[in-house]
Design a protein around this ligand. Structure first.
Ligand code: PLP
Length: 369
């Protein structure tokens, strides 16, 4: 029987094995474990890759959000508007930084924040908005930036799932004040451990963020402020430097795979395929269907050696972590309904056409029973 994993990092790294081995051996030889040449190079190259003036690396994508908020001067009790559908990093870091999380419902068509509902959530305590380019599809940055300017709010784009995604030919991460990225192994650009970065056009903010992430001082022992320890290590940077020049090709492979799914899954009335907004370039971190009898479908696919994931099973405001906010599903009707219908099917650069054919045929078979 054919087997379709959700992602194939084993195969992905096997194809890079000689280069990875050599890069890691060099780091060992130089003992360049924390920061060093590879880290400096990666910051420079990643900034260039997304056309951002500055890149500050850190330990992971969650820290990137936290560092961004501290760098933007978030004060205790400040309110930050975040989408109700995301990975918890987007909201937990608001609380961690001393802010108050305000959830906004999502769009029916692509699960990103519903910009039309943001204005109603703004109070005199609101300081910022964190749109998430969820699954690799850009949020509506034109509308979000217009609202932000009108109300004097900052914007952090959570680009953890959207490396190289674009709107009208402009890279995500460059619309707001800061763009944050994760290089968690399964992300579109992944290290072999945790890694993250933020990008910005604001030099002062970049300097503050770099210093804050390194105990509040860029020169050892010279602490201008209290900071945290959130550094990119040499091995991760060396691995990222090997993969970054291939990121555009990996992205095209994902886009080709998404095109193939569109054809292969055409005309099944019980599922809705993901859509791409006008002017948006989707980078397909995840291929998310909306499916009738979703859980039964997942079980059937699992029985046929096809892995699926629910991203995510509970929308953020309804998680136990936010019980204090006393939200009910009717507060976020779109996100609350999506959580029961979404299913992510395998997509990754190395997925084979035959594997996609197999996935599609099994989905078709499930609904024809
Ligand atoms: C992965 C992810 C993060 C956090 O990244 P880590 O590197 O795992 O800390 C933040 N936001 C979103 C939307 C993510 O998918």
């Amino acid at each position: 029987m054919m087997k379709v994993p959700f992602n194939d990092l084993g195969l992905h790294h096997k194809l890079l094995q000689p280069e990875l081995n050599q890069a890691i051996a060099e780091i060992l030889e130089q003992s360049a474990f924390i920061r060093g040449r590879e880290v400096d190079l990666f910051e420079k190259e990643f900034a260039a890759a997304v056309s951002a003036p500055f890149c500050v690396s850190c330990a992971n994508g969650t820290d990137a959000l936290y560092i961004a908020m501290k760098s933007l001067g978030l004060n205790n009790g400040d309110e930050v508007i975040v989408p109700s559908h995301s990975w918890i990093s987007t909201s937990e870091t608001v609380t961690q930084a001393g802010g108050k999380v305000v959830f906004c419902d999502t769009r029916e068509d692509n699960h990103t924040i519903d910009a039309d509902q943001i204005s109603d959530l703004i109070t005199n305590r609101t300081v910022g908005i964190i749109p998430v380019h969820l699954f690799g599809h850009p949020a509506d940055m034109a509308k979000i930036m217009q609202i932000a300017r009108q109300h004097g709010l900052w914007v952090i784009e959570d680009c953890a799932q959207a490396h190289l995604a674009k709107i009208d030919d402009q890279f995500v991460g460059t619309f707001g004040d800061v763009g944050t990225f994760s290089f968690y192994p399964g992300k579109n650009l992944g290290a072999i451990g945790d890694a993250g970065a933020l990008v910005t056009a604001n030099e002062k903010l970049a300097m503050f963020a770099a210093s804050f992430a390194r105990h509040g001082g860029l020169v050892k022992g010279d602490h201008q402020i209290e900071g945290i320890n959130s550094r990119l290590d040499g091995i991760q940077a060396a691995v990222l430097n090997i993969k970054l020049p291939r990121l555009a090709a990996y992205t095209s492979q994902r886009q080709d795979a998404a095109c193939r799914y569109r054809d292969l899954l055409h005309g099944i009335p019980q599922i809705n395929l993901p859509s791409v907004g006008k002017g948006s370039e989707h980078v397909w971190h995840l291929y998310v269907l909306r499916a009738q009898r979703r859980d039964e479908l997942c079980d059937f696919l699992a029985d046929n050696n096809i892995a699926t994931v629910i991203n995510y099973r509970t929308c953020l405001p309804l998680l136990p972590a936010y019980a204090r906010l006393k939200h009910s599903p009717s507060d976020f009707p779109v996100a609350a309904r999506a959580q029961d219908e979404i299913v992510s099917i395998p997509i990754y650069p190395e997925i084979k056409f035959e594997q996609q054919q197999y996935v599609a045929s099994k989905i078709r078979e499930f609904y024809s029973k």
